[in-house]
Design a protein around this ligand. Structure first.
Ligand code: CAA
Length: 382
């Protein structure tokens, strides 16, 4: 079967998210960015919990909305059209924190954590990156040593989105350094655990109303039952989690690009220069045509990766291609949107400069676009 239409359920949820975003998210997006207002984004996430969005692609049996990855992409596009900070926090919760706990967790862990994550009571974070283990995430220096019925974690994590506002963090550390990537394990760490220290909040170019922390783990004691999967499963858990996360970031790239394109198109129709609207002048009309074409292509790649995941087909390479293309598109389209608005686009009077700043990180996080090319070339040259 080949059908590019969304189902009635998918469309209904997309419409609900669009209405929520227009009413609750759009009005304060620029002010939240200006003020780096993390608390306000946290409040929005709680409201999204009440709408069933925090467990959108997860089974109803565990408190999720019982929807799918395609719907998650549609929702992500609507959110990111308006506020990529909220989009980032949401995507980390859904893809990077909720997924590994639900997918690799045992029944007890699912009942204890997944249900609360899906209903919005618990917000999730993902602790993989370290100062010396960025793209090379297998080079982890963090350690976890079994001591009685606890693992004791030590080391530094960085760029942990949602860190200080999260209720649970999926944390990675070496249980056996001699085994390389096969010596990494994953743990569920609860907020407030002694030794979980948030020592820095990053100040950033974009997505300024999300929080990214440096975390220092000092003899952080994690109960043995919070090991996710088996000892040594951590790298596989991280990589498969990121495969799915990249679908969320692809949706984010498409969303940011649509937001900037729609704003620039409207502006171009209204802006008069040389006696007519600039949209009727070919140099601008062609820019808009290029922007729209790339957005449509990026959207298709994102939906294809999501659809394959829904069909339980291999989707890692599709997710990498979607992330690569959609986020490059976001950067290109937002840059062009600022150009269409000219000097005024460079000011904070219009949202396109924020969108351009927000777009940059999408080319970097959840695997730089250079890493995506490594993943894609690895597949096509295998
Ligand atoms: N699925 C399943 N298994 C995988 C896998 C995948 N996607 N990728 C690798 N593996 C397995 C391999 O098969 C291999 O297993 P075997 O030894 O049994 O054969 C093992 O893992 C090691 O694989 P590699 O030798 O390919 O691993 P590598 O060390 O060379 O790394 C990499 C590969 C693709 C570069 C990987 O390190 C990577 O994706 N790096 C980017 C990390 C990243 O995306 N970080 C973002 C952090 S999250 C974030 O951005 C923060 C935020 O808050 C938003």
């Amino acid at each position: 079967m080949f059908d590019l239409r969304s189902s009635e359920d998918q469309e209904q949820i997309r419409q609900m998210v669009k209405e929520f975003v227009e009413k609750e998210v759009a009005p304060g997006a620029s002010a939240r960015d200006d003020a780096e207002d993390i608390a306000a984004v946290h409040e929005l996430l709680k409201k999204m919990g009440k709408l069933g969005l925090m467990g959108l692609p997860y089974p109803q049996e565990y408190g999720g909305a019982g929807s799918d990855q395609v719907t998650y992409v549609l929702a992500g596009m609507e959110i990111n059209k308006v506020d990529a900070s909220l989009g980032c926090a949401y995507s980390v919760h859904i893809s990077l924190a909720s997924w590994p706990i639900f997918h690799y967790g045992n029944e007890e862990q699912r009942r204890k954590y997944s249900t609360k994550m899906f209903n919005g009571e618990f917000l999730g974070a993902f602790g993989l990156t370290e100062p010396c283990a960025g793209s090379d995430s297998g080079a982890s220096q963090c350690t976890a040593v079994l001591d009685g019925d606890h693992y004791v974690l030590n080391g530094t994590k960085c760029f942990c989105t949602n860190g200080e506002i999260a209720d649970v963090i999926v944390m990675f550390a070496m249980t056996d350094k001699s085994k390389g990537t096969k010596g990494i394990s994953a743990f569920i760490v609860e907020k407030g655990t002694p030794g979980l220290n948030f020592i820095k909040r990053e100040r950033k170019m974009g997505i300024r109303s999300t929080v990214q922390n440096v975390i220092e783990m000092q003899n952080l004691r994690v109960p043995k039952e919070n090991l996710l999967g088996k000892e040594g499963d951590g790298f596989k858990i991280a990589m498969t989690t990121l495969d799915g996360g990249r679908i969320g970031i692809a949706a984010q790239g498409v969303g940011i690009a649509i937001g900037a394109y729609e704003y620039a198109r409207q502006y171009a129709k209204e802006r008069i220069q040389f006696g007519k609207s600039i949209a009727t002048q070919q140099v601008i009309a062609f820019k808009l045509a290029d922007m729209f074409t790339k957005i449509e292509a990026a959207k298709m790649l994102a939906l294809q990766a999501a659809w394959k995941k829904d069909q339980h087909m291999p989707f890692g390479t599709d997710a990498a291609m979607a992330k690569l293309f959609a986020t490059d598109t976001a950067m290109e389209v937002t840059t062009e949107a600022v150009q269409v608005l000219g000097g005024t686009g460079f000011t904070r009077e219009h949202p396109v400069e924020r969108m351009m700043r927000d777009a940059k990180i999408t080319q970097i996080y959840e695997g730089t676009n250079e890493i995506q090319k490594l993943v894609i070339s690895g597949t096509i040259l295998r």
